[in-house]
Design a protein. Sequence first.
Length: 276
Amino acid sequence: MEIDASIFYDDTTELLDTIRDDIENIDFTDYTNCIKDIFRAIHTIKGNASFFGFNNIIELSHLAEDLLDQIRMGEIIFDNELKDIILNLTDVLETLSEKNVNNKIIDNYTQSIIESIEDELKVQLLPTNTKRIKQNAHYINDMKINKEINKKLGTQKTILIVDDSSLIRNLSSKAAFEAGLNVVTATDGYEGLAKAKHQKFDLIFSDVNMPQMSGLEMIEAIRKLDGHQYTPIIMLTTENKEELKNLGKSLGVKAWMIKPFNKEKFSIVLEKVLAI
């Protein structure tokens, strides 16, 4: 049964209005929960866009997710500049939604705004951007913890990290590298499955919601591969539904970590699962 794409437009505009209300009333001194709600709304829009194949919305939403993840993780500070970017983003997403659903032609002025927002988001994600530099009072302590883990783990074990968010891949990879592990990454379930077919891993971290093949679908397929029936698997996700957790347990998922993850907790999980 074909689904009317206008449903997508209606749902998207409702979610965007919610984002605008949240962002306009945001408290710059305590915005964690607000950013988390905005992330969920963007993630829902991206998921719905995937269903209809609206790639321009998927790509822009993905950039926004990376930016929001950086804010949630404390990698960059949320300020009026980022507030304006997100507000502009909602207008662009609404315009793209209307274009995709009603096949409307976007004028040159609107197209230039869309490109400008995309460029601003990409700049925010650059590793060299000064906004990404965080003064971490616990850095030295974290390094001591990771050095101890490194001694226990050695350098021979290899883990696979599967996540469509480049930020999550980078952060978790960094923590794993500091723990003395070899790291292989994949951007979606299909890529993760392909890599598992050609290499055995000591541990697999995976997101749940990813384009094309979900994390749980990937795990179900990986469990059928020789050498991966008992590979420890940990879900690293924003999903907290009991039905998904139960499905994960049935597939042999060892633990369920909710994003945003704490680097120290991530390192402790690595130690517990992989300690010799």
